[in-house]
Design a protein around this ligand. Structure first.
Ligand SMILES: [Ca+2]
Length: 387
């Protein structure tokens, strides 16, 4: 094919030959089965003028094809540019939406539209919101939080700071998580110690713990004094003025700093948080652990190695091996609690707390403490005798 090219290399036709070669290649490509026009005897028999005219026609065709090709490429390119432009707009729109989402304060419930940000659920109640649900509140330093507002219990207006109900949220977490809070206001959460500290600078707060057992039984513990110290002071617990039906399983923990697996502030020679898989104001280790592991069967809180886990409030049932089904720790300004109780006088009835005999109770980690107390008593007696 096209073997005339070899002979014509030495000829003087130069560029024309090159064009002819293109025409030849084109004819070969477009009609492979046919005999090339360049090879045909008819073509060779043409006079020089006719051959030139033929070449001119081919040149024109090549130019036309080239133009058509160029146009189609240009339109393809334009199309591509348009698509890229569209895509980049879409990407920047998505990026902006994501940034907005990040900066946006937590969503208001529909009922809150037009209501300015409030400090706690009691203020919300004062704004006419009477339905329990998730609402946004503002911390003193401007942080916005989603919390569950209990608008039913004891005249309503309670800001829930901890909630356990189904084990959907992992409470085995480290210091930073317990500091800033975790979970979901619709289900289980810990509001965060820093938020607790900030929030309890607003007013004097009363803290109430509602707890539910596996037989739909319910009890509560209330502390007329409640505040948490700053992180510098280990988010120390400050409580007082107990009343309730659940027994006081928190007084023992009063004045304790918060302990997590990575921050041991308890009095035990090991780390109570690491043992219980939770964060709490542990002492040695204590009578309560409401952030403990969620255990579906309330009777399986003692693992095979004998370590007691679970959501514990010892004094309700006088049991360590009973993990609660549901808990809610909530706060409300103490003044509001007092005034509303005087006004509405529908305070919870307080049946006497059931107190089974102590000898049946299994005490956790208290041997050391009891021994210490006995030792102290002995020393005192010795001193008395010496005196
Ligand atoms: Ca310790």
């Amino acid at each position: 094919m096209c073997n005339f090219l070899i002979h014509s290399k030495t000829s003087a036709m130069g560029a024309t030959v090159v064009l002819l070669a293109w025409a030849c290649i084109l004819s070969v490509v477009t009609a492979q089965d046919e005999v090339s026009i360049c090879q045909s005897l008819d073509y060779r028999a043409l006079t020089r003028e006719l051959q030139n005219e033929h070449q001119c026609m081919i040149l024109e065709k090549l130019q036309r094809d080239f133009e058509a090709d160029k146009n189609s490429r240009e339109s393809l390119l334009n199309d591509l540019v348009r698509r890229i432009d569209k895509l980049s707009k879409k990407i920047s729109k998505l990026r902006k939406a994501k940034d907005d989402e990040r900066e946006k304060p937590l969503k208001f419930s529909p009922a809150l539209k037009g209501v300015p940000l409030i400090r706690d659920c009691h203020e919300l109640l004062m704004n006419g919101i009477t339905r329990s649900g998730v609402y946004s509140i503002k911390m003193p330093l401007g942080r916005i939080l989603n919390v569950w507002c209990d608008m039913e219990t004891d005249n309503g207006g309670w800001t829930v700071i901890q909630r356990r109900m189904d084990g959907s949220i992992n409470f085995t977490r480290l210091w930073d998580d317990y500091t800033f809070g975790f979970g979901n206001a619709n289900s289980e959460y810990w509001i965060g110690n820093e938020n607790l500290y900030q929030m309890t600078t607003y007013y004097n707060y009363t803290m109430r713990i509602d707890m539910y057992g596996w037989d739909n039984d319910h009890a509560f513990a209330e502390y007329g004094i409640f505040f948490v110290s700053s992180e510098q002071n280990g988010f120390q617990l400050n409580i007082g003025n107990y009343r309730g039906t659940a027994g006081d399983s928190l007084n023992y923990h009063n004045d304790m700093k918060f302990t997590t697996e990575d921050r041991d502030n308890d009095k035990w020679f090991l780390n109570c948080a690491a043992k219980d898989g939770a964060g709490w104001w542990y002492k040695n280790c204590g009578y309560s652990s409401l952030n403990g592991l969620y255990i579906r069967d309330g009777n399986k809180t003692i693992s095979p190695d004998g370590i007691i886990k679970g959501i514990i409030w010892f004094h309700w049932k006088w049991l360590y091996n009973y993990s609660l089904r549901k808990t809610e720790i909530k706060v409300k300004p103490t003044l509001a609690v007092k005034i509303e109780r005087e006004l509405f006088a529908n305070v919870d009835d307080l049946p006497p707390t059931q107190e089974p005999p102590r000898e049946e109770v299994e005490i956790e980690h208290f041997e050391e403490e009891v021994e210490e107390e006995i030792r102290e008593e002995e020393i005192e007696q010795d001193l008395d005798i010496q005196g």
